[in-house]
Ligand binder design. Structure first.
Ligand code: AMP
Length: 121
């Protein structure tokens, strides 16, 4: 299932994307529907459907995605002010593309918490 996503097509350059970083393991490109002044997705080239599918073998790959995030933050000048990196999982997490990806959001102060309904009386 995971290898059929739109992100595989972006990795294979079958469809266009605004790619801002690429190496042998990872790719970063601008989100098509940005939710912040700077919103990119950092994805592994290996297709992994959800966080639930990450294995011990993927440890360094997942770490690498965060190294890329930190590098992009520095390059684009928002490392000091800060930014948000988030990975959604399945429907309650808001995942719509089943190839794991870090959302990297920057350029404004982020709201928190993301869940706004009252939990307690
Ligand atoms: P998620 O809902 O966490 O799975 O995030 C999927 C993200 O992929 C959304 O923010 C979409 O806007 C983004 N997206 C979907 N298709 C494309 C595309 N072709 N190029 C760039 N971003 C995309």
């Amino acid at each position: 299932m995971s290898s059929d996503t739109i992100f595989t097509k972006i990795i294979n350059k079958e469809i266009p994307a605004d790619i801002i970083y690429e190496d042998d393991q990872a790719l970063a490109f601008k989100d098509i529907n940005p939710q912040a002044p700077f919103h990119c997705l950092i994805i592994p080239k290996k297709p992994i459907a959800t966080i639930n599918d990450i294995t011990v073998e993927d440890k360094s790959l997942i770490g690498h995605l965060y190294i890329v995030a930190a590098q992009l933050a520095k390059e684009h000048g928002f490392d000091e002010q800060g930014y948000r990196v988030v990975m959604n999982c399945n429907s309650n997490g808001g995942q719509t593309v089943y190839h794991i990806h870090l959302h990297m959001l920057a350029g404004k102060a982020m709201g928190w918490p993301p869940y706004t309904e009252k939990l307690k009386n």
